[in-house]
Design a protein around this ligand. Structure first.
Ligand code: ADP
Ligand code: MG
Length: 191
C-alpha cells in the first residue's frame, strides 16, 4: 500500500526501535529505497545512528525539529521513511508525516506515547488516531514482570527544569523503569 502511515508506540523499553529497524531491514530486503531519521537529541551511540537498548543500530540522518525532517526530504521521496523518537519532534510532525504519505511515501513513525508521569505524549496520540496501522507495544514491568504500558523516573533527584525529562528520556535511561499500571507510583495527585 503506497503512501500510508504506520505507528509503533509504547513506553520506554517496549521494543519500539527494534520493531522500527525490523521494518527498515525488511523494506531493504525488498529492494526499497529507505531513509531513517532520528532526532538530533538522540546521540546515545553517537550522531547518525538509530539504536535500540540491545545495541541493534542503523545509520540515520538527524533533524532538530519537524521542519528539519521536511527539509531532509524536500527533493527526495524514498519508498519508506522511518522516524524514531517521534515525541521529540512535537505536534508539527503530524503535518510533515501527512505530506510525505500524500507523496506516496510509507512513513513508519516510532515513539513514546506516554510521558514519564503517565500522560499522553504528543504527537503520538494524534498519529495513532490517523494512521492506517498502529502497533502498540508494552515493556516488562520492573516490579512484577507483567505488561508495562508506562515508564517512570526512579532517579530520586528532581528534574532540573521542564526540558530535563525530555532529555533524560534519551540520556539517562538508567533513571527510568518500565511499570505496569498496578506498580506505577501514584501520578499527578493534584489533577
Ligand atoms: P524502545 O525503543 O521501546 O525503548 P528498544 O527497541 O530500544 O526499546 O529495546 C528493547 C529491548 O530492551 C528489549 O528487547 C529488551 O532486550 C530490552 N529491555 C530492557 N529492559 C526491558 C524491559 N523492562 N522490558 C522489555 N524489554 C527490556
Ligand atoms: Mg527506542
Amino acid at each position: 500500500m503506497p503512501g500510508h502511515v504506520e505507528v509503533v508506540c509504547g513506553p520506554m523499553f517496549a521494543g519500539k526501535t527494534e520493531e522500527l529497524l525490523r521494518r527498515v531491514r525488511r523494506a531493504r530486503l525488498a529492494g526499497l529505497d529507505v531513509e531513517v531519521v532520528n532526532h538530533a537529541l538522540d546521540d546515545r551511540r553517537g550522531p547518525g545512528l538509530v539504536s535500540s537498548h540491545d545495541g541493534v543500530s542503523e545509520a540515520s540522518r538527524s533533524a532538530p525539529d519537524a521542519a528539519g525532517v521536511r527539509a531532509l526530504l524536500t527533493n527526495h521521496s524514498p519508498d519508506l521513511v522511518a522516524i524514531d523518537e517521534a515525541q521529540f519532534f512535537g505536534p508539527d510532525l503530524v503535518g510533515v508525516v501527512d505530506e510525505l504519505a500524500a507523496r506516496g511515501v510509507t512513513v513508519v513513525v516510532s515513539g513514546l506515547s506516554v510521558t514519564f508521569d503517565g500522560r499522553p505524549f504528543e504527537p503520538l496520540p494524534t498519529l495513532m488516531a490517523t494512521a492506517e496501522r498502529v502497533t502498540r507495544l508494552t515493556a516488562v514491568c520492573a516490579v512484577c514482570g507483567g505488561d508495562a504500558a508506562f515508564h517512570q523516573r526512579v532517579d530520586p533527584r528532581p528534574p532540573a527544569d521542564a526540558l530535563t525529562p525530555l532529555v533524560e528520556h534519551v540520556g539517562g535511561i538508567e533513571a527510568y523503569q518500565a511499570r505496569c499500571r498496578h506498580h506505577r507510583d501514584s501520578l499527578h495527585p493534584a489533577d
